[in-house]
Design a protein around this ligand. Sequence first.
Ligand SMILES: Cc1cc2nc3c(=O)[nH]c(=O)nc-3n(C[C@H](O)[C@H](O)[C@H](O)COP(=O)(O)OP(=O)(O)OC[C@H]3O[C@@H](n4cnc5c(N)ncnc54)[C@H](O)[C@@H]3O)c2cc1C
Length: 526
Amino acid sequence: MVLPSYLAILFFLLSVSLTASASIQESFVQCLNFNSEKSFPFHTSIYTPNTPSFTTILESSAQNLRYLEPSAPKPAFIFSPLTDSHVQASVICSKKLGIHLRVRSGGHDYEGLSYVSEIETPFIVVDLAKLRTINVDIKGNTAWIQAGATIGEVYYRIYEKSSVHGYPAGLCASLGVGGHITGGAYGSLMRKYGLGADNVLDARIVDANGRILDRAAMGEDLFWAIRGSGGGSFGVLLWWKIKLVPVPPTVTVFTVTKTLEQGATKLLHRWQEVAPFIDDNLFIRVIIQPAGNKTHRTITTTYNALFLGEARALLQVAKTSFPELGLTRKDLLETSWIKSVLYIAGYPNNTPPEVLLKGKSTFKNYFKAKSDFVREPIPEPGLEGLWLRLLAEDSPLMIWNPYGGRMSQFSESDIPFPHRNGTLYKIQYLTLWQDADINAAKHIDWIRKVYNYMTPYVSKFPREAYVNYRDLDLGVNTKNSTNYIQASSWGHRYFKDNFDRLVKIKTKVDPENVFRHEQSIPPLPL
Ligand SMILES: Cc1cc2nc3c(=O)[nH]c(=O)nc-3n(C[C@H](O)[C@H](O)[C@H](O)COP(=O)(O)OP(=O)(O)OC[C@H]3O[C@@H](n4cnc5c(N)ncnc54)[C@H](O)[C@@H]3O)c2cc1C
């Protein structure tokens, strides 16, 4: 049979690419064997596009469906290590063989950076999902947690040993601690205790030379850099040693919703003045979205809160500091800290805490997100303009998180995360859709316009952004031409002046830029 010429070319290219990835994979396995102390059948931990479970594994923890579309670049293979030394060998081998490597822990990266490389092919994914040991030491007030564990598993393992210990990190249970804490990690305990990254005591990483280093061995510069610079720039995080924090046996939660017709604009204006300065034990975030039907659409503002104490004490705080919210006893639910985790994460009432061990996400969507930090209350007309824009989009969502309290007591340079004193709150903008990529451009255009609209109301010089809400609109590295000037466009927004220190450390510890991605910290030229 004579194939039409374009089909023949396609067939040829496909077979060349399959052969190429087969040989990459073979060389990689050989190299792993050579660099491992114990022999191990590595081919059983490697998944190529020809392996039946490849797609299931690739999609398992990925959150943003945009990056699972057929048009998104796929890894030549996924390697799923079972031990720290397997991870170590994978870094040594990817460097030796010149194969670009992406690391995935929980797969929640907003721009899919842990499983898609838009700038370099071929690439491989080292998926740490099987490395999820958690050792809690209540007496020592610490825990060693492995990179592939979810934050929900960490909370559960702490709760299993004590009802009066917790850890201040993310609200969504399926976040992987490898990527999450590396970028900061905020949650409902942040006003009392700061971020997850503020509560790290030690770590073990594989560095660019393939060495496993703890805090003492890596030194204070690198230990500083890995607590807030975002994943994928300084090494592969294997373990964190975290500091546990006290939580009371009884905490109180509530959710109160106000629509525009119920005075939402005035109340939200007031929230901006109150929430960052209220009692440190109280965290009130606001979830903002349109609601209603075709004939009448409105904006709902939902006040979703955790108070570290009993309902009686909360009512007193609310009456004194935020009477406008009109909180009453029947709005409040007294519970334990672990159940408050489920409540804030949106699980139905009476869901057992064991659900946290499933590591399942309740989110998976097509989405685009952006972030801002606010330093002055937005005036009411500014809010009204925002409502008009939200009402024009299909499924927009905003989440406003109050700062202040302990967050303001850390200096901007204690860790790379710089959004501290003077920050009133952080805005997260999201637009979600279900219909694959058909209308992606329309939704992305919408969020960019809202972001433009917000310019006068948010932080300036730089306009700050949260690195854990990766936003490639802020700029990207290009292959072989990663440079300081280019990277400054996002680096100063994510890290302010800490960016320069991060670049210096990167230049020292990874001058060849082994760990890189679209927004990694660049080394200076040698
Ligand atoms: C539904 C949802 C809810 C969220 N809620 C919160 C929240 O409450 N608070 C908050 O602060 N953030 C939140 N985030 C953002 C989240 O913190 C970041 O997306 C974080 O990077 C996720 O880490 P991961 O390990 O799950 O993701 P991954 O996609 O696995 O990794 C993220 C980045 O880190 C790198 N990386 C992963 N593992 C390692 C490792 N072991 N060593 C070095 N680099 C690594 C990856 O290559 C990638 O660049 C949320 C995100 C989603 C999707």
